[in-house]
Design a protein around this ligand. Structure first.
Ligand SMILES: Cc1ncc(COP(=O)(O)O)c(C=O)c1O
Length: 436
């Protein structure tokens, strides 16, 4: 007898570790009061007074967007022309670049990741992700029936170029085509940002490998506007214009994350390739996916983003307001990193952004620590290779002393002879260990 669900929809039971951790934190707050709980599970920005961050420079512009603009469909599947222009202004002109690129509006960065996967790989073809990465990458792969190969993100404290090369080379050999994800800057969940030299090495390797078949580089820039270099980071995009004809770069941009208006669901795929025909075909395929998937993106959100990106005064007000919160992330990170160093709590290399990850190679110890911390009213997200601490949602007062509290619990676990310790490094990157 057949099932209600198709054979392709099996195995889709979703294990949402972030929502699970977040609901645990909320129940603990209800039971013990806010002061007693460290909620490091939420991946959204909370201010020092523990309220959700909204920018006046965004919402006062939004207030002025006419009601009909908020209610209507967008004028084009790829987003209104002003929105497409605004995205290019934001990503390229702000860094002094004039890049020939196509823009397709998507519901958040997620829409860009999903549509790119769907339109570059046939079901059964393999996508390449970092081993330590954002959990829903796997959900997207499952949705598109694409198996995943992982490259190791780190070699010590640096980007693991050799692993990236080996994984891409293998997949190119097997299927004659590569789609590889890189999340940079402010990588989720580690906060790592690649150096210019690391990018140069990656891009020159991609050029070389693309002689064997098409290479699609998915550059996920979800947290770009929370990096310390600001618009200077965007100068990197110029390098994408010098790639071989067989390379397509898709920048996955999340305008709603930039504006801390996560629920607006505004984002874009930004396509750069010297292969104009290939780019045109891909753009049409993505347009069809939009029409057949979500139709158009939230028009009011796109209009508001355009009003900020294309109006100097609005943009200046946003930058001023936002930059204070980039500084606050730095201050929060410094507390956690300094204290972790003092007490010997291992962290992955953090540079900037919303998240820091405590490094725990042994999966048994990691799972135990995750559970025991909950008993201490400390809530993190269990990720591959560690526990993600969302410094975007923890005020400085609660970060002070946190590393020591965690280290104490970790020491108890490691000292406990009953703990059936496994050899480190034997964790599989399975669904239960993802990072939403
Ligand atoms: C690394 C990464 N990529 C993409 C996204 C997608 O963002 P959204 O779809 O909310 O724009 C997120 C959201 O948390 C993320 O962390």
């Amino acid at each position: 007898m057949k099932d209600f669900i198709s054979e392709y929809a099996h195995g889709k039971e979703i294990v949402d570790t972030v929502f699970e951790a977040a609901s645990g934190a909320i129940s603990a707050i209800k039971k013990h009061g806010d002061d007693a709980v460290v909620n490091g599970a939420f991946g959204t920005y909370f201010k020092e007074d523990k309220t959700f961050l909204t920018f006046d420079s965004v919402y006062r512009v939004f207030d002025k967007v006419p009601d009909f603009q908020k209610g209507k469909y967008a004028s084009s599947i790829a987003g209104p022309p002003e929105f497409q222009e605004a995205v290019k202004e934001w990503l390229f002109k702000s860094a002094g670049l004039d890049i020939d690129a196509d823009v397709i509006a998507t519901p958040g960065g997620t829409g860009a990741l999903s549509s790119t996967t769907k339109n570059t790989l046939a079901p059964g073809e393999t996508v390449i992700h970092p081993d330590i990465g954002w959990g829903p990458y796997k959900t997207i792969a499952k949705e598109n029936n694409t198996p995943v190969e992982y490259y190791q993100l780190f070699d010590g404290d640096a980007f693991n170029l050799e692993s990236f090369k080996a994984t891409c080379t293998k997949v190119m050999k097997d299927q004659g085509k590569v789609l590889a994800f890189i999340n940079d800057p402010c990588q989720n969940p580690t906060g790592y940002t690649m150096s210019q030299e690391e990018w140069d090495d990656v891009l020159s390797f991609i050029n070389e490998l693309s002689e064997q078949g098409p290479f699609i580089l998915l550059h996920d820039i979800a947290y770009i506007d929370f990096n310390q270099k600001g618009d200077d980071y965007k100068k990197l995009f110029e390098k994408f214009t010098t790639m071989n004809e067989n390379v397509l770069t898709v920048i996955a941009f999340s305008a709603s994350k930039t504006l801390t208006a996560y629920g607006w669901r505004v984002g874009a795929q930004v396509l750069i390739s010297s292969n104009e025909e290939g780019r045109r075909k891909f753009k049409h395929a993505c347009g069809n996916s939009a029409r057949g998937g979500w139709s158009t993106v939230n028009n009011g959100g796109m209009v508001c983003f355009s009003e900020i990106a294309l109006n100097e005064n609005n943009k200046a007000a946003y930058m001023k307001e936002k930059n204070a919160y980039v500084t606050l992330l730095k201050e929060r990170a410094e507390i956690m990193i300094e204290e972790a160093k003092d007490v010997g709590l291992p962290l992955y290399p953090y540079h900037e952004g919303f998240f820091i990850t405590i490094r725990i190679d042994d999966q048994v110890v990691k799972n135990e620590l995750h559970l025991k911390l909950k008993n201490h009213n400390i809530f993190f997200v269990n990720v591959y290779g560690g526990l993600r601490v969302a410094i975007c949602s923890i005020p400085k007062t609660k970060l002070k002393g946190l590393a020591k509290r965690v280290k104490n619990v970790l020491d108890e676990i490691v000292e406990d002879e009953e703990t059936p310790l496994k050899e480190s490094g034997d964790e599989t990157n399975d669904e239960a260990n993802t990072t939403p």
